[in-house]
Design a protein around this ligand. Structure first.
Ligand code: PFF
Length: 450
């Protein structure tokens, strides 16, 4: 029997905001943002990132919310309802496929996070990391079984929350985890900025060096903003459909963006000062969190405690995002296959275990298999973040700007005139959705090809 999905909804506006922030704050903030800042000129990257996020990506987030709340149901359903055209359902299916692709490598990194959390609690971690954190990390991720087992644990924890439903699972856990995440990252940040020599890291974060900022940095900033705000994967279309009618969508979009960006900056303040205090190269790359930081934790006062706090933070951030990706997939399968929540989530988990294992093995046993010069893990990350999410974001703005039009957009963000949103602001948001966002997305996509 099919469950009535209309019963799935957030109980309050705060619940919706917590869940959406939970989706936005994730490995992207703690694992990707700091190393992108490190590789692209420090504050120069941050400034461009802030401009893109505020001007372009927040309106895209709003566009997705409008589609979800107006249409209701799964992303496929929502697109069909708001456009009145079955073909647009493909945009919802694309969102689900994007989530599958992201989740395939996300569960692997989520598994690493659990492994490191366990290691940081075990007494030997401290000394082991001093010996050679690079070899420890390399040895672990390239082994065949252990990372897959940890990915499986991560998938099972995610599915446990999903099976509890929208209110009891997603909303309740997000309300608990989000405040905790902010407290934890502030605690780690305080320890980091009070280390001797930490000022150099703050300088690096807040003093721009445009000589290191290239066109690729611009693409990276746009890609990171999409990834961090969970755009283009129908996450906000799905959560939008669970949002109360009385919620002020424009205000929610602003709160979600500001919180996510603030958290990314806090993560930068927690990581970079420590990196500089120990004289380590900030452009370390993806290994920053799993190789560089463990080294630092072993050398600094209160490092053992900081390591535990950091990996708890990383785990909470990863699981709350993973829940949102899983929910898009589950909602779509419930809708398309007319199945119950538990059946749909089990199907997703089975597929993910397979695709996640392939991504994990591509770090070791399947390393020799490359597509376009990248291993499968990197290729999944690249295709989902740089192609599919961008395409999904483009479809969302084209749908709102050119198909459902301004009158409906304003009706939705003002709840038929009940919520005061100033006219110039509403028009500016619509202008960005209709013209600016598509132009920016299309031109960057074309120029990245050449
Ligand atoms: N925003 C998440 C992060 O920063 O890690 C990643 C993500 C979650 C992307 C959900 C897309 C999505 F639908």
């Amino acid at each position: 029997m099919t469950e009535k999905r209309n019963n799935d909804a957030f109980s309050s506006n705060f619940g919706m905001i917590a869940a959406a922030i939970g989706s936005a704050i994730g490995l992207g903030n703690l694992w990707r943002f700091p190393y992108l800042v490190g590789q692209n000129g420090g504050a120069a990257f941050i400034i461009v990132y802030l401009i893109i996020t505020l001007l372009i990506c927040t309106p895209i987030l709003l566009a997705e919310m409008v589609i979800g709340r107006r249409g209701g149901g799964s992303p496929r359903d929502a697109y069909i309802k708001v456009t009145g055209c079955k073909g647009w359902g493909a945009a919802g299916i694309l969102g689900m496929l994007t989530c599958f692709m992201i989740m395939s490598f996300y569960v692997v990194v989520g598994g690493w996070t659990i492994r490191y959390l366990v290691m940081s609690i075990a007494p030997g971690f401290h000394r082991g990391a001093v010996l050679d954190s690079g070899a420890i990390f390399g040895g672990f991720v390239s082994s065949s079984f252990s990372p897959i087992i940890y990915s499986l644990i991560f998938i099972l924890l995610t599915i446990g929350i999903i099976n509890l439903g929208v209110q009891k699972g997603i909303e309740k856990t997000s309300k608990l985890m989000m405040p905790l995440l902010f407290v934890l990252i502030v605690l780690i940040g305080i320890r980091s900025v009070t280390l001797p020599g930490a000022q150099a890291g703050l300088h690096y974060l807040f003093k721009p060096d445009f000589s290191q900022f290239t066109f690729d940095s611009l693409l990276a900033a746009l890609g990171q903003s999409f990834f961090s705000l969970s755009l283009g994967a129908c996450m906000m279309v799905t959560y939008g459909s669970y949002t109360p009618r009385t919620s002020n969508l424009a205000k929610n979009a602003a709160i979600i963006t500001v919180s996510d960006t603030f958290f990314a900056l806090l993560a930068g303040c927690a990581i970079m000062p420590a990196v500089f205090a120990f004289g380590i190269n900030p452009s370390e790359g993806a290994g920053l969190v799993f190789v560089t930081l463990p080294q630092i934790f072993t050398q600094m006062p209160l490092g053992g405690l900081c390591a535990i706090l950091f990996f708890v933070t990383l785990f909470l951030a990863a699981i709350s995002s993973s829940v949102s990706l899983f929910e898009v997939m589950t909602a779509t399968i419930m809708d398309v296959g007319k199945t119950r929540r538990r059946t749909a989530s089990s199907i997703c988990a089975a597929i993910l275990l397979f695709t996640g294992s392939i991504c994990s093995l591509s770090q070791g046993a399947l390393r020799s298999i490359t597509i376009g010069g990248k291993n499968i893990f990197d290729q999944f990350d690249y295709v989902s973040s740089n192609i599919l999410m961008t395409l999904g974001g483009l479809l969302a703005v084209l749908c709102v700007g050119w198909v459902i039009k301004k009158k409906i957009f304003i009706d939705e963000i003002t709840d038929g005139g009940n919520i005061p949103v100033s006219k110039p602001l509403a028009s500016a948001l619509f202008f960005v959705i209709k013209y600016l966002a598509p132009i920016v997305i299309i031109t960057t996509a074309i120029s990245s090809i050449f």
